[in-house]
Design a protein around this ligand. Structure first.
Ligand code: IMP
Length: 185
């Protein structure tokens, strides 16, 4: 079985490969931009994206979308995380959270997989807190201001440890379970 990973980020292809190759699934990187609908719902973005890709005749693929949802900001930046990261960045999020007591937040990752004519959509979640300042040099994006345990930030945690608790790690584990339930692996 071969699945196309439709993304502009080659790092994601390697991540899926590491998790799914043990089940005999090979990954192929496909750069194929598709329109993302304007909605605050991650699953809707993924489902509509899958509809658009399938309507172009592409099958057997994976797409995903992820974001940081901050409780006190009513879920912002959420589906606009990539844009928020590019514009206001981590200092902007910390500024919005200045003096805010409720630091709760969660990363969510929604994976959509079209495989053997079936559609599987799963969402992995990782709860944590927004820190008061940026800490750590590993990782990317919001990692330096997010902590899963209230102590170290994701940017201070080794990659393997992050994968064991992260939204993306949890989403991939849910995908594997769903593929097993469907008898596809
Ligand atoms: P994407 O949908 O995976 O491209 O993620 C959208 C945006 O969410 C990225 O540009 C990052 O800013 C943010 N993001 C997603 N996953 C993570 C993560 O694991 N750590 C930090 N930031 C993340």
């Amino acid at each position: 079985m071969r699945l196309k990973v439709i993304t502009s980020n080659p790092g994601k292809v390697r991540e899926y490969e590491r998790e799914l190759s043990q089940f005999g699934i090979e990954m192929e990187h496909l750069r194929h931009p598709y329109d993302e609908v304007q909605t605050s719902d991650l699953e809707e973005v993924v489902n509509k994206g899958m509809d658009a890709i399938i309507s172009e005749g592409i099958r057997d693929f994976i797409v995903d979308d992820s974001g940081l949802f901050v409780d006190a900001l009513k879920g912002f930046p959420g589906v606009w995380s990539a844009y928020a990261q590019k514009t206001i960045g981590n200092p902007g999020i910390l500024k919005l959270m200045d003096g805010v007591e409720d630091r709760g937040a969660e990363f969510r990752c929604c994976i959509g997989c079209d495989i053997a004519g079936k559609r599987i959509v799963v969402t992995g979640v990782c709860r944590g807190v927004i820190t008061d300042s940026e800490r750590g040099t590993d990782g990317f994006g919001f990692d330096p201001i997010c902590s899963p345990d209230g102590e170290r930030t994701f940017a201070e945690i080794p990659m393997d440890e992050k994968n064991a608790v992260s939204h993306r790690g949890n989403a991939v584990r849910l995908l594997i379970e769903a593929l097993k339930d469907e008898g596809l692996i």
